[in-house]
Every structure is written in structure tokens, then in C-alpha cells.
Design a protein around this ligand. Structure first.
Ligand SMILES: [Zn+2]
Length: 66
């Protein structure tokens, strides 16, 4: 599975959706859990509206992926 095939879903264990405030936290989580450098991608504008940060109630603008 390519890293581009991810789905925008909360609770998937090897990725986090996050707002600008929590992107660093998400990166730290991935590094702690998997000891790999995560891939950070921006969520497209139409998906931002329906995606919430894994750490707070804000709209997510990044996906941090293992
Ligand atoms: Zn957040």
C-alpha cells in the first residue's frame, strides 16, 4: 500500500489528523511509537471541513502519517 492511499479517518492507529497547533505533537507521537520520521501532508480544503484534529476540536489541516 502506498503512503498516498491513506483514508481521512480518525482513530486509524498509524496516522493522526491535526490542526496547526497539534502537528508537532502528532509528529512526536509517531516518532515515539514507531521510531520513524513521519510524513506530513496537508488536507485538501474540501476535506478540512469534515476532519477534526485528533487532539482537540479544531478543524484538521494536516495528516501526519507513519
Ligand atoms: Zn488540535
Amino acid at each position: 500500500m502506498s503512503s498516498r492511499d491513506f483514508e481521512l479517518k480518525k482513530g486509524v492507529d498509524n496516522m493522526y489528523s491535526c490542526c496547526a497547533e497539534h502537528v508537532e505533537l502528532a509528529i512526536d507521537q509517531i516518532v515515539d511509537e514507531y521510531e520513524v520520521a513521519p510524513v506530513v501532508e496537508m488536507i485538501s480544503e474540501e476535506n478540512q471541513l469534515s476532519t477534526t484534529c485528533s487532539f482537540c476540536e479544531n478543524e484538521a489541516i494536516y495528516i501526519v502519517n507513519k
